[in-house]
Design a binder for this molecule. Structure first.
Ligand code: PGA
Length: 257
């Protein structure tokens, strides 16, 4: 059985001080043993502190981005080695905000996925259609393009489920307060799984597929009780410790864990 997962994407929020306060509050509000795997994807500047604060807490640490070479003359970038050194285990790759505001395209995304895998960092690869593509009925096509663009040519045949996490994040649902419907998101998650199988990346039963886009405590169960969805990637509702703790509780109580 796939372990359910809840991934916080703090985006460009939280100073080191705010990150430390979040952890203190969150740990007070949640049980130490969780049936859900929790990952906090924090800004780079807070990662080293969080590595210390989260030690022995059961919570995992993730980055929101990285560049792909080990080192080099790439002003402003952070490498997989640097993330590994401070104890980061996960890295978001291909988030729609990276694609949209920083021009990230498939070739770069693929290099980042490959680099994460090579260093034993688990990529959380984000895919999703935008509003226009959705209205044009192109969701399936876009998901396939993004998936192949990010994974083609990578050696993923053995133990895919251990290596990578997928996140279906429809762009129109991110930060808008208008989430997808549970059954529609489930259909796309099912499509992702069948595309992976078709490509020969099987067995794919162990691969976790998350939904992201306006998830909050009141609607998380609609997604995580679906057959193909194994958790959520959460932006806005992960910023306040009480909101995030409520999400964990909703998922543990009725979220299909
Ligand atoms: P949201 O963001 O939960 O605020 O919609 C999700 C994301 O961007 O990963």
């Amino acid at each position: 059985m796939r372990k359910k997962m809840l991934v916080a994407n703090w985006k460009m929020y939280k100073t080191r001080k705010e990150a430390a306060e979040f952890v203190r509050h969150f740990l007070q509000e949640t049980e130490a043993q969780q049936p859900v795997e929790i990952v906090i994807c924090a800004p780079f500047t807070a990662l080293a502190d969080l590595a210390v604060l989260l030690k022995d807490s059961g919570l995992r640490l993730g980055a929101q981005n990285m560049y792909w070479p080990d080192e080099g003359a790439f002003t402003g970038e952070i490498s997989p080695l640097m993330l590994k050194e401070i104890g980061v285990g996960y890295v978001l790759i291909g988030h729609s905000e990276r694609r949209r505001y920083f021009g990230e395209e498939e070739t770069l995304i693929r290099k980042k996925v490959a680099a994460a895998l090579a260093h034993g960092l688990k990529p959380v690869l984000c895919v999703g259609e935008d509003e226009k593509e959705r209205h044009a009925g192109r969701t399936g096509e876009v998901i396939q393009e993004q998936l192949w663009g990010a994974l083609d040519g990578l050696d993923l045949k053995d133990g895919l489920g251990e290596k990578i996490v997928l996140a279906y994040e429809p762009v129109w649902a991110i930060g808008t307060g208008t989430p997808a419907r549970g059954r529609d998101a489930d259909a796309v998650a099912g499509l992702i799984r069948s595309l992976l199988l078709k490509k020969g990346y099987g067995p794919v039963e162990g691969v976790r597929i998350l939904y992201g886009g306006s998830v909050q405590a009141g609607n998380i169960a609609e997604f995580t009780t679906q057959k193909e969805i194994d958790g959520a990637l959460v932006g806005g509702s992960s910023l306040a410790a009480a909101d995030f703790a409520a999400l964990v509780k909703a998922m543990s109580d009725r979220g299909g864990t």
